[in-house]
Design a protein around this ligand. Structure first.
Ligand SMILES: *Cc1c(COP(=O)(O)O)cnc(C)c1O
Length: 400
């Protein structure tokens, strides 16, 4: 097991090149700086590192294996496809990696309550799980519209003992839940801590979430090298906010021979307004306390975005991704809802692995390029989560 580690970016103001920072009111800046300072101190302590490493191993089930999808590779007739199995983690996705880190940090900081918003409920369930484990009260704000759509996750959060706050204002969806959760947080930032669900938001969150997720890539690099004596030729992951992708990419950023690809949702097509391809079609702007690429309407509001995968429909994106695109270290491509569904069914029926619709985006891109490559090339996909949550939806959509 590798120890908790970190990469040298961002700079001390939280910038990755032109992106990131703290686009927030002055009173909030002090709160964020306090979190950053506490994080920098606590993460270096033996006690924190040991407890996080132990929980990653015994509770999450790390290291997650790398699996050679041989039948899928044979069927595509080209590059060999490998899967980093984050779907096998406790709670079934990568989100537990940073939720555990954030909950443990809250405990070490002596916080009395962890607060967060959730959209589809995946972040809420992972955070409620981590807070139950660590023994710290947890309060999740969720739009009433989302509460009605996402019954299994709502039930799980209640069972896990978190306080679920329904948000009925505005459109009663994610954006309103963010506002509501932040208001609660600002009532007492000394005793509360906010837990962001991806590599987004004001500094230090893009850094912290990345650091906690980067265990994915450190394991994968070691595992792949142990087996093959070299790195994979291509690594890829889906990009919503970008946490599972940064988790895989970080350990490989200095390996110049490795091609790195992030995959975004093209939804119904890039020429429609029903997509969420922020890296591909967004412009540098700001959202949720950070500078990053944003999909905006003509009057500068965040665009209502669409993806078949609810975890990917975000009009912003993590600032480090924007930087990595600008310096041309990472390529960003997109796949449509239909390609995603096709990949979802292929992986299920050829390998017996039902992927999350989010993860199926990365699988779809790999399926597109594998046939164009020779058999001695390897593609490593981050399988960010399992697809149980999507099974009913897909069955209905395809009339199964
Ligand atoms: C939330 C989620 C994502 C998208 O979030 P990122 O921060 O982009 O990783 C991807 N896959 C799964 C399974 C998720 O739950």
């Amino acid at each position: 097991m590798s120890k908790f580690d970190f990469a040298p970016m961002p700079d001390t103001d939280g910038f990755f090149g032109n992106y990131g920072g703290q686009i927030i009111p002055p009173e909030l800046k002090k709160v964020m700086d306090d979190i950053n300072q506490a994080y920098e101190e606590i993460r270096q302590t033996e006690a924190f590192q040991t407890e996080l490493m132990q929980l990653n191993q015994d509770y999450v089930g790390r290291p997650s294996p790398i699996y050679h999808a041989k039948r899928l590779s044979d069927q595509l007739g080209g590059a060999q496809i490998y899967l980093k199995r984050e779907d096998l983690n406790h709670t079934g996705a990568h989100k537990i990696n940073h939720c555990l880190g954030e909950a443990l940090l809250a405990k070490f900081m002596g916080k009395k309550k962890v607060i967060a918003e959730t959209g589809a409920g995946q972040h809420g369930v992972a955070l409620a799980t981590a807070c139950a484990l660590v023994g710290i009260p947890c309060e999740i704000h969720m739009g009433q519209v989302d509460i009605e759509k996402e019954h299994p996750n709502v039930t799980k959060m209640k069972i896990l003992g978190c306080k679920l706050v329904p948000v009925t204002r505005g459109t009663a969806t994610l954006k309103d839940a963010v506002d509501s959760a932040f208001e609660e947080y600002l009532k007492n930032p000394e005793e509360f801590i906010y837990a962001i669900g991806s590599v987004v938001g004001p500094h230090p969150f893009p850094k912290m979430v990345r650091d906690f997720q980067s265990i994915i890539g450190r394991e994968a690099r070691q595992q792949f090298n142990d087996r093959h004596g070299k790195n994979p030729n291509i690594i890829t992951a889906c990009v919503g906010g970008g946490s599972n992708a940064m988790g895989l990419f970080t350990a490989f950023l200095n390996d110049d021979e490795v091609k790195i690809v992030g995959v975004e949702p093209a939804g119904l097509g890039l020429d429609t307004d029903k997509h969420s391809a922020t890296m591909t079609l967004g412009k540098p702007s700001q959202i949720h306390g950070m500078k990053c690429y944003v999909l905006e309407t003509e009057d500068g509001e965040p665009m209502p975005v669409h993806s078949i995968a609810s975890g990917l429909d975000y009009p912003g994106v993590g600032p480090q991704h924007c930087y990595l695109k600008d310096i041309e270290r990472v390529e960003y491509h997109s796949v449509t809802d239909d390609e995603c569904l096709n990949a979802f069914m292929s992986l299920s029926q050829v390998e017996g692995i039902i992927p999350a619709l989010e993860s199926a985006h990365a699988v779809a891109w790999a399926m597109r390029v594998a046939p164009t490559l020779s058999e001695d090339q390897n593609i490593l996909i981050n399988l960010s989560g399992r697809g149980d949550k999507d099974a009913d939806y897909v069955a209905e959509k395809l009339g199964l």
